[in-house]
Design a protein around this ligand. Structure first.
Ligand SMILES: O=C(O)c1ccccc1NCC(=O)[C@H](O)[C@H](O)COP(=O)(O)O
Length: 267
């Protein structure tokens, strides 16, 4: 199958081969250990949710495969600062270059501009990328169930946790959720339900609502993609979902931080 996710993953395998030529695990580990301690990503979300507020992971992305160029005037540090002022719990920063026009430099600029915990949003398939993520300052990484067999997911999850990072594990349907739960990664996972099908781009908020009943208690859920209006936020809150990953609808507004405030306002 040559869909967009497969094409991205093919490119990632080439990037990992390049990374392996430039670094060893030991040399990346040295860079990772020189970083200050990770900011608690799950803790940041939990603090906001426990205070009764929608906990938003505000995303910084210039472009995407489904939408093309989203934000031509792209200043990651400024956007991060505005998100922090707008009440974001955490940041999500795209680092994929070929499909999202992101970079490691974008990640560092945005994270260094705020005190917020930040997830490196990329397609991670190899341990070297996990160590590299900590080396650029990541507090959390994304692991996508559709891209990883359970045994690999388990290894990458363990490596990230050993480096002190949190992990957002993304699923889209019941079979992916069952694969994640079957990987026995332990209690208290941060599970993202992506409302967007990464192969067809179809985006339905019902994806989260339909999967929720299949999640055993003890995990924290993030609804991802397609959140565009205060009504969307209220709909999720009513279903018991308190954590949100929001990108495009904020990035298209002149001031993404002001847009965030409006999105989560109760009236
Ligand atoms: O968004 C895409 O086109 C895409 C294509 C292939 C893989 C991943 C993709 N997007 C990543 C995301 O899921 C979103 O950036 C994230 O959930 C925020 O979604 P949105 O609020 O709809 O921008």
């Amino acid at each position: 199958m040559n869909d967009i996710l497969e094409r991205i993953l093919t490119r990632k395998r080439e990037e990992v081969a390049l990374l392996r030529k430039q670094h060893t695990a030991a040399s990346l580990m040295q860079l990772a250990q020189a970083q200050s301690a990770p900011r608690g990503f799950c803790a940041g979300l939990r603090a906001m949710a426990d205070a009764g507020k929608p906990a938003v992971i505000a995303e910084i992305k210039r472009a995407s495969p489904s939408k093309g160029l989203i934000r031509p005037d792209f200043d990651p540090a400024w956007i991060a600062g505005e998100y922090e002022r707008g009440g974001a719990a955490c940041l999500s920063i795209l680092t994929d270059e070929d499909y999202f026009q992101g970079s490691a430099d974008d990640f560092k600029a945005a994270r260094n501009a705020t005190a917020l915990p930040a997830i490196r949003k990329d397609f991670i398939i190899d341990e070297l990328q996990v160590i590299e993520s900590r080396a650029i300052g990541a507090d959390c990484i994304l692991l996508i169930a559709a891209a990883l067999p359970p045994a690999r997911l388990s290894v990458l999850h363990r490596t990230a946790r050993e480096l002190g990072m949190d992990v957002l594990i993304e699923v889209h349907d019941r079979s992916e959720l069952n694969a994640v739960l079957g990987a026995k990664l332990g209690p208290g996972l941060l599970i993202g339900i992506n409302n967007r099908n990464l192969r067809s781009f179809e985006t339905r908020l019902e994806t989260t609502l339909d999967l929720l009943p299949w999640l055993p208690p003890g995990h924290e859920v993030v609804t991802e993609s397609g959140i565009g209006t205060p009504a969307d936020v209220q709909r999720m809150l009513a279903a018991g979902v308190q954590r949100f990953l929001v990108g495009e609808s904020l990035m298209r507004q002149p001031n993404p931080g002001v847009a965030l405030k409006r999105l989560v306002a109760t009236s």
